[in-house]
Design a protein around this ligand. Structure first.
Ligand SMILES: Nc1ncnc2c1ncn2[C@@H]1O[C@H](COP(=O)(O)OP(=O)(O)OP(=O)(O)O)[C@@H](O)[C@H]1O
Length: 485
């Protein structure tokens, strides 16, 4: 913007100096303005289109490079080198076409502006000659007789004006390109569905009559009544689900692939749209009338099928993103899931807490690469820590009588799918100790989605826990865990 303004003022000054040295050139000014206006209009319109084509064709090249880098092993294994090289060179050639056309357009602009300035220069020389002839004539063509110095200054300024005009139009194009980039970013941020806008929407649908107790959920009872839910508005993935899970109960959710097990958990987190004909209540409070952040931050601790890890982020961020827990708690949780020795390596000394101090701010990528199972264990460690932070309402926010213990519901979605039998058993040991039995003897409500219910059977409590069988988005049956004879 500043260089554009600099060119504008430069041009203004040059025109003023030119008019002082050759006032008659002022007559050509309207014609020049019209010509420059028409030329810049054509130039800008074309260069805008070319810039768009350039960006699109370049994105194909970048996409090609990224795809090749990430799939280089596959390319080598299948011997696709020639085909990929050909494809890359085609997209590179295509990306060069708009660049070439843009350069040609600039040259065209140069030539047109040169021609305009050449006309003005011819006019200046003509005025000078006519003025000189007028000096010896009885009937002068022009009454103005410029001095040699004035003609020199005018010609010099004319040459400079040409460059200034060219730069001005190019700066304007650059400004437009930059504004276009800003507009595209704005479009992306406004049109991509944002969690914040969902939160905003959910704020609008909050039921003002619901006074959410600070210790909600205090027991963890879940009641699905006639729940029909879908990802988009058309096909429901949950069909009239009726299910009641008692406080402290473990519900193992089983069923064929695509039967709606994960969707059942997602409907609790309001990641699915639940139709108004049904409702999901936790401890008697309908989730539809609550804020999304209240539901997700207070009511649930979730471990999903796919661990979400950011290699550039620190270990603490992965374990305790809100940075509320002391290092000791992080180390204890990692020890529980067997990951502490992996992260601390040989420097770990069980008797010395300080031996782990350097771990927490190190980026995850600086540790040995985690296997799928180890990544899943890290997610479970995070869940253990989340349970600690979510169980007690933060002290400053609530009055004393409100400050009971929360009992978040634990949602585990195929957490052992990528683990071997031995690690699976170790993980379920932790689940049993921390979630099912609870630290102080009061267990949490736990929903476990699994394809291998047998691995959990021995940890379920006869007469208390249940296995929920799902099929085609419906609850087919609920089997209580049988009492062993
Ligand atoms: N993001 C999504 N958008 C639209 N439909 C989806 C989405 N995720 C799942 N579905 C559909 O919802 C239905 C139930 O899927 P869901 O993931 O709940 O099944 P699942 O029983 O958990 O399967 P799996 O055992 O393979 O995890 C499927 O028909 C699937 O096509």
């Amino acid at each position: 913007m500043s260089s554009f303004l600099a060119q504008v003022f430069k041009l203004l000054m040059q025109v003023i100096v030119l008019l002082i040295s050759q006032p008659l050139l002022g007559l050509t000014l309207p014609a020049c303005v019209v010509i420059v206006y028409v030329v810049q209009k054509w130039y800008l319109r074309t260069s805008r289109q070319l810039r768009r084509m350039e960006l699109e064709s370049q994105s194909a090249v970048y996409f090609n490079i990224l795809e090749t880098v990430s799939g280089v092993q596959t390319i080598r294994a299948f011997g696709w080198q020639d085909a990929i090289a050909k494809e890359s060179s085609v997209s590179l050639n295509n990306s060069q076409r708009p660049v070439y056309l843009t350069r040609s357009l600039r040259r065209w602009l140069n030539v047109v502006l040169d021609a305009v300035v050449a006309c003005i220069a011819v006019g200046t020389v003509w005025l000078a000659v006519a003025g000189a002839l007028a000096a010896g004539s009885s009937q002068p063509i022009v009454k103005f007789t410029p001095s040699g110095g004035q003609v020199g200054v005018a010609l010099n300024i004319i040459l400079l004006t040409n460059t200034t005009l060219l730069r001005l139009i190019q700066q304007w194009t650059n400004l437009e390109v930059s504004l276009g980039a800003v507009a595209r970013l704005r479009e992306a941020t406004h049109e991509t569905p944002q969690e914040e806008s969902l939160l905003e929407k959910s704020k609008n649908s909050i039921d003002p009559d619901i006074q959410l107790p600070a210790n909600w959920p205090s027991s963890g009872e879940i009641d699905f009544s006639n729940v029909t839910a879908s990802y988009n508005q058309d096909t429901p993935v949950l069909n009239e689900v009726n299910l009641c899970i008692k406080p402290g109960q473990v519900a193992v959710i089983c069923g064929r692939t695509g039967s709606g097990k994960s969707s059942l958990l997602m409907s609790l987190l309001r990641l699915l749209t639940v139709r108004r004909t049904g409702k999901i209540a936790i401890d008697g409070i309908d989730l539809a009338g609550l804020r999304l952040d209240d539901i997700r931050e207070r009511a649930f601790v979730t471990v999903s099928q796919d661990p979400f890890l950011l290699p550039g982020a620190g270990l603490r961020f992965h374990l305790d993103p809100t940075e509320t827990l002391p290092n000791k708690a992080l180390a204890e949780a990692l020890k529980k899931t067997g990951l502490l020795s992996l992260f601390a390596g040989s420097s770990y000394d069980e008797a010395d807490d300080a031996s782990t101090d350097s771990l927490w701010d190190r980026a995850l990528s600086s540790f040995p690469v985690l296997s799928a199972g180890q990544a899943q264990l890290l997610s479970i460690t995070r869940a253990l820590l989340q349970l600690q932070t979510r169980s007690s309402p933060s002290s400053g926010q609530y009055s004393d009588h409100d400050r009971g213990k929360r009992m978040p519901i634990i949602l585990l979605d195929e957490i052992t799918a990528s683990l071997d039998a031995e690690t699976e058993s170790a993980v379920y040991d932790v689940v049993e100790e921390v979630f099912i039995k609870g630290r102080d003897g009061a267990g949490h409500t736990v929903l476990v989605v699994t394809h291998r219910p047998a691995a959990l059977t021995k940890r379920l409590r006869p007469g208390q826990d249940v296995t929920v069988w799902m099929s085609n988005g419906k609850v087919e049956r609920v089997d209580p865990v049988a009492v062993e004879n």
